[in-house]
Design a protein around this ligand. Structure first.
Ligand code: HEM
Length: 549
């Protein structure tokens, strides 16, 4: 990593030298330095030959990943013809696999070999950004190699408890969205006589409020100081971890101590959650009948971790600090991907207005029932529309990141052996697979009802822009299989996918039911890329209350 920082050095030097000195003598000295620099570069190229040039090219490409990662992955996927392929970022070597044979090998590798948590830890830098959370590289073992008895119940808290609570919480989330959209629309600026709403900012605020209500409970959802800090904590973590990671490895601990000084939101979130968790832990000492009931992740993280510890025959439950850290990690992963999916889907609704009528028909008939039942599988037309939007514009170009904790060997589908070095990352090329003509008919075309079961499509044939689904196999947005990797696959697949799906639908249906939507500039670019992520650009949308309601 330290060598990459040398790449811009000669050109920086040239700029500094020629730009700084003004009198002719010094200028000629300046030129002397330029010539010396060029001579050194030339000499090293001649002396060491093409390996140096190749190395410079490779490092240049690696830095290109920072703003062009998705395009590099697409290009390499197209050349690889289904075989494993490599894309090097400024930080690590990614090996991409896409065939079921290879993905099965990833799924069957123990976490001591291929670690989801080590990759996630490197990405988020929680020791600096999440109030000194030093999480586990693989279940039961800390990064330092010490055995740990606490923690580990948070996936169950999200996958089982949060999902089971949907029927109770969705009606409240519906009220929050309705009220907040109305309030926000009044605040947005009027430009050329039209009120224009910054859609990503607006959706992010809605997702933050819904998620706080569902994850931390009703009280914190109305605590504006906490709401602001919770959102800022995610944004500061994303920027702070990026600022640390782009530094050379040896410099990361130094910058890791400096950058968090302005990341104050993590301390507000931690300090707010800690006394609540401590109180909940105290309540567990009361007789069962006297213990208050709470339906939020704060409680479920405590309950699920305690039952896990009891199953293992250990006496103590989760500590307050660890519980808060786990809640901060859940919270960190819960907002931005959801906001990106909803933002892109709303934009697609503006761009493909022919879907509005059938979607409204479904929403009018089924939305209230969907909220009461809390079934993420409900509203099948809307499900397909959102899935198609996320297929063409996923929030991430890759999925299933795993860091190799030691050198590993695998065999590809044609029985050839390939290797991972310690520190390499194994991933799947999510976006490239979404665009593959081996999987999708007309993959470039937006087809909002592509994934709808044919019987559902037949029933709405009068208002539908299509009567036959483009895919032979229908599918749900929260599916996990070898071709649809948005939420990962296997035992580490996203436990929040059922909650996330219900929230996408809740926000979009609430908006579409009440407002007509139009994009201010339909041709604008909708995202920029940062490493492997697609980050929504701010796009203006005009909301007009429906007259035909
Ligand atoms: C669009 C929304 C979302 C997307 C695309 C998404 C995607 C993912 C992916 C790809 C993984 C890793 C899977 C793997 O590597 O195999 C993951 C893990 C995870 N996600 Fe999500 N996620 C979303 C929303 C959420 C939400 C709303 C929550 C919480 C409420 C959540 C909580 C988690 C957690 C806790 C993990 C780690 C699982 C573990 O430790 O095994 N996610 N997610």
């Amino acid at each position: 990593m330290n060598v990459t920082s040398q790449i811009p050095f000669p050109s920086n030097l040239i700029t500094t030298v020629t730009g700084y000195y003004s009198d002719s003598k010094l200028k000629s000295e300046g030129h002397g330095s330029v010539f010396t620099t060029l001579a050194i570069v030339w000499f090293s190229v001649v002396l060491i030959g093409s390996p140096t040039l190749k190395w410079i090219q490779q490092r240049w490409k690696a830095w290109g990943y920072l703003f062009g990662g998705p395009a590099m992955i697409q290009e390499a996927f197209a050349k690889a013809n289904g075989k494993p392929f490599e894309v090097v970022s400024q930080e690590t070597r990614h090996i991409f696999i896409s065939s079921p044979t290879e993905i099965k090998q990833l799924l069957s590798s123990p976490s001591e070999d291929l670690s989801f948590y080590a990759a996630a830890r490197y990405l988020a830098q929680p020791q600096y950004t999440m109030h000194n959370f030093n999480w586990l590289d693989h279940e039961g073992v800390t990064a330092m190699g010490k055995a740990k008895s606490e923690g580990g119940g948070f996936t169950k808290a999200v996958r089982v408890c949060l999902t089971n609570n949907l029927s109770r919480v969705l009606p409240s989330l519906g009220h929050i969205v309705e009220k907040e959209v109305e309030a926000m629309l009044h605040e947005h600026k009027i430009v050329d006589g039209v009120r224009q709403s910054p859609i990503h900012e607006m959706i992010t605020r809605l997702v933050v409020l819904c998620n706080i209500r569902a994850i931390f409970g009703a009280e914190l959802a109305t605590n504006e100081t906490f709401v602001k800090a919770a959102q800022a904590y995610i944004e500061q973590t994303i920027l702070g971890s990026e600022a640390i990671r782009i530094m050379p490895h040896w410099f990361q601990p130094v910058i890791g101590r400096i950058v968090p000084r302005w990341m104050t939101a993590q301390h507000v979130v931690y300090a707010t959650l800690l006394p609540i968790v401590q109180e909940r832990l105290k309540e567990r000492e009361l007789p069962l009948a006297e213990q208050p009931q709470h339906a939020d992740c704060i409680q479920w993280v405590i309950d699920c971790s305690t039952s896990l510890v009891q199953q293992k025959g250990q006496s103590s439950g989760i500590g307050a600090e660890r519980a808060v850290h786990e809640l901060m990690a859940i919270w960190f992963g819960s907002v931005h991907a959801v906001a990106a999916v909803v933002t892109f889907a709303i934009e697609d609704l503006c761009l493909h207005q022919e879907y509005i009528a059938p979607l409204r028909q479904e929403i009018d008939a089924q939305f209230e029932g969907f909220k009461r039942a809390g079934q993420p599988s409900g509203l099948p037309l809307l499900d397909s529309f959102i899935k198609e939007s996320a297929r063409l514009a996923p929030n991430e170009a890759l999925s299933t990141r795993r860091a190799a904790l030691k050198p590993l060997s695998f065999t590809d589908s044609s029985n050839k052996t390939w290797h991972l070095a310690k520190g390499d990352w194994l991933c799947t090329p999510l976006w490239a697979l979404n665009m593959s003509d081996q999987i999708y008919t007309n993959p470039e075309k937006f087809d909002g009802f592509r994934f709808v079961p044919s019987e559902v499509l037949k029933a709405i044939s009068e208002s539908s822009p299509k009567t036959k689904p483009a895919q032979s196999k229908p599918g749900k947005i929260y599916d996990t299989d070898y071709e649809w990797l948005m939420f990962g696959i296997g035992k580490q697949a996203c436990p929040g996918r059922f909650y996330a799906t219900a929230t996408f639908k809740l926000i979009i249906a609430t908006i579409v039911r009440k407002y007509d939507l139009r994009m201010v500039k339909p041709g604008v670019k909708r995202w920029w890329t940062m490493e492997s992520a697609l980050v929504p650009r701010e796009v203006g949308i005009v909301f007009t209350e429906r007259e035909d309601r």
